[in-house]
Write a protein that binds this ligand. Structure first.
Ligand code: COA
Length: 171
């Protein structure tokens, strides 16, 4: 039986939808490691350090969850952490094609690693980090989607940036 599972992602920022998946995983595995990707194809609002801090804050109630960064191929990272399980959240049907593609590509890269899909509560099925950023940047309320401390940090970020300006990279 696998004791450790890895949940990789960009987490820019972590939302209640991610936390829902992490809570579910933390009940199944002895240890869940959240791998915050250093390199990502997306433009990030938060730096790597900030994304890690926010993820730590949002999961501090879960003693068997560890947050760290990773770089390079996700399968190499899972192997390095002596795990064979990668967690991914599956929300609406629209996630399926993309997630299937990634899961099969990862299986080709590393046959022994399994992707385990977990489904969040229905109220988070259409939640994404981009949606939260979009709502807050136009002055809407995001209290249903992220913990209070993250909401405050996001508000501060948008206030100090004045304009909606993304960082050039995620590092
Ligand atoms: N609740 C809320 N939102 C969720 C969610 C959930 N349960 N599950 C996923 N999401 C959202 C995320 O917020 C994100 O939204 P955004 O696009 O608005 O930011 C989106 O779904 C998917 O993001 P994420 O889960 O971070 O995945 P990703 O597609 O950005 O991939 C890695 C991130 C790190 C897993 C991927 O880039 C990777 O594997 N990189 C390493 C390189 C590698 O190995 N490549 C080969 C893979 S085939």
């Amino acid at each position: 039986m696998e004791k450790t599972a890895i949940y990789p992602g960009t987490f820019d920022p972590i939302t209640y939808g991610h936390v829902d998946i992490i809570e579910r995983a933390s009940k199944i595995f002895d240890e869940v490691i959240i791998g915050v990707a250093k390199e990502t194809y997306k433009e990030c609002l938060f730096s790597l350090t900030e994304r890690i801090e926010l993820a730590r804050e949002a999961t501090k109630h879960l003693p068997n969850v560890i947050i760290e960064s990773f770089t390079g191929l996700v399968v190499d990272y899972v192997r390095k952490r002596n795990s064979k399980v990668m967690i991914r959240g599956l929300r609406a049907v629209s996630d399926f094609e993309y997630e299937l593609q990634i899961a099969l590509a990862n299986r080709t890269l590393s046959e022994e690693i399994e992707t385990v899909f977990l489904i969040p509560q229905s109220k988070y099925l259409y939640l994404s980090s981009s949606l939260v950023k979009q709502i807050i940047s136009t002055g809407g309320s995001i209290k249903e989607y992220v913990p209070e401390t993250i909401r405050e940090k996001m508000e501060l970020k948008y206030k100090t940036k004045v304009k909606y300006e993304l960082q050039e990279d995620c590092s």
